[in-house]
Design a protein around this ligand. Sequence first.
Ligand code: GRF
Length: 199
Amino acid sequence: MAAQKIKTAILISGRGSNMMALVEAAQLETYPAEIVGVISNRPGAAGLEKAQALNVPTAIIDHKDYETRESFEQALHKQLISVNAELVCCAGFMRVLTPWFVSNWKGRLLNIHPSLLPKYKGLKTHQRAIEAGDTETGCSVHWVTEDLDAGAVILQDSVQIMPDDTADLLAARLLPVELSLYPQALSKVASQMQTMLNP
Ligand code: GRF
């Protein structure tokens, strides 16, 4: 009998191209994860409609509806439990998560970050790489831990920085690399989980 697919939820805040790449990869019969839901903290996120078009259940947990970060995260946590999520992929999810949430999802929470971690944690990664005179940058899929963008890297890939690059040009050149990397990383983690659950 084929191993059970690992139920995976995706957290987004915007465009949702990484989310789409994960959803499309997971449509393959042999892929070890299935996408059980997409949750956005922004009601207007373009990714929501894209997910709905692919028949993925969506939910909006708007952080502005909650007085504290903790109460927002409790609602998020509840939604993840309600779709039976075993893994959670942050994909352009623009909220910093508290230690409470991170510890609840420890070892089950992934993120994609547009730099070659441990370089350039946080925002404006491309601008910082250009200003530093780097000749390459890239993206990292990593475990989310209590410290921002500091968890162990699962997979990384790189692109060259050209002499007249801007942050926007670089982001556009990197995007297809991200869209290929994240599904590979989720596949790796989900396969390992399948083996752990069914040795
Ligand atoms: C990606 O570049 C990702 O690395 C960063 O935010 C962007 C999200 O894009 N964290 P999208 O929403 O997946 O299109």
